[in-house]
Design a protein around this ligand. Structure first.
Ligand code: SF4
Length: 272
């Protein structure tokens, strides 16, 4: 398997463990706020193959606890189970990041006990899932929140393609998002025995209070849910997207507590 990136040590990507992060290329979503878009759309070149990764890991035994597998979308790779099996055979814990769109692969790695922790994205409420994951064209102006309790909507000139040669969702908008796959993955995790978290990257232009009531219904009873604040950077394919205010995030946190008592704000203080 080709490896598209390796962060040799992280204290953040695998909560509670010292880990390295392995990036796999390709993704079947085109989230407009993606931090790894060149990796997701296939523009980034591999940096090593799995034999080089295993050689690296052998030298890190006793220094690292675990390996976080991220992307892109790792579950697109049919040899993901082999990769996970080999990593575990070397004595490392495994964490898998996924967009939740491959319940068949998720079921397999859970049933074969190849992962110790799964982090699954919940992109948005059902009505906005397609535009938030790049299956539908979006207008930043049109999708501004109309919730009077939220921040005043910023003035937009529309989404701005920032990365040259990348047209938003060009290759996805002829497809229809199958929300059933997302719901199946949610069910697998909630009803399974492996530790997991759900998480949403909150973008001012895409999320409102109403969305979190619907997200709450989707994952009601989950163990853990994190609200993560969008941060802009050069690798995000579209400019003109913004982080919500801390007050807005705290309001969403309060909404989600009704559905998932284990809801936390990641990287932001919760109100007393
Ligand atoms: S699911 Fe979205 S955010 Fe994650 S890698 Fe794919 S395009 Fe990027």
């Amino acid at each position: 398997m080709k490896i598209h990136g390796l962060q040799k040590m992280t204290l953040l990507d695998y909560p509670g463990y010292v880990a390295c992060t392995v990036f796999l290329g390709g993704c079947d979503f085109r989230c407009p706020y993606c931090h790894n878009f060149e990796l997701a759309c296939g523009a980034a070149r591999p940096v090593m193959d799995d034999s080089e990764l295993f050689a690296f890991l052998k030298k890190r035994r006793g220094l690292l606890d675990g390996v976080a597998i991220t992307g892109g979308e790792p579950c697109l790779h049919k040899d993901l189970p082999d990769l996970l099996r080999e990593i575990r055979a070397l004595g490392f814990r495994t964490k898998l990041d996924t967009n939740g769109y491959h319940p068949g692969m998720l079921r397999r790695v859970l049933e074969e006990e190849l992962v110790d922790y799964v982090a699954m994205d919940i992109k948005n409420s059902p009505a906005k899932y397609a535009e938030t994951s790049g299956f539908r064209y979006f207008s930043v102006e049109d999708s501004s929140t109309d919730d009077p309790m939220d921040d005043p909507a910023p003035v937009h000139t529309g989404a701005i393609a920032r990365l040259p040669g990348i047209s938003h969702a060009e290759d996805l908008t002829d497809r229809v998002l199958d929300l059933g796959k997302i719901k199946e993955s949610i069910s697998l995790l909630i009803n399974g025995t492996v530790d997991y978290e759900f998480r949403t990257t909150v973008v001012k232009e895409f999320h409102s209070s109403e969305d979190f009531f619907e997200i709450g219904e989707m994952i009601r009873g989950a163990d853990r849910y994190f609200l993560q604040c969008f941060t802009d950077r050069d690798t995000v394919p579209y400019g003109n997207l913004h982080a919500p205010s801390v007050e807005t995030l705290q309001k969403y946190w309060r909404i989600m507590l009704e559905f998932v008592p284990g809801t936390e704000l990641r990287g932001i203080n919760e109100p007393a």
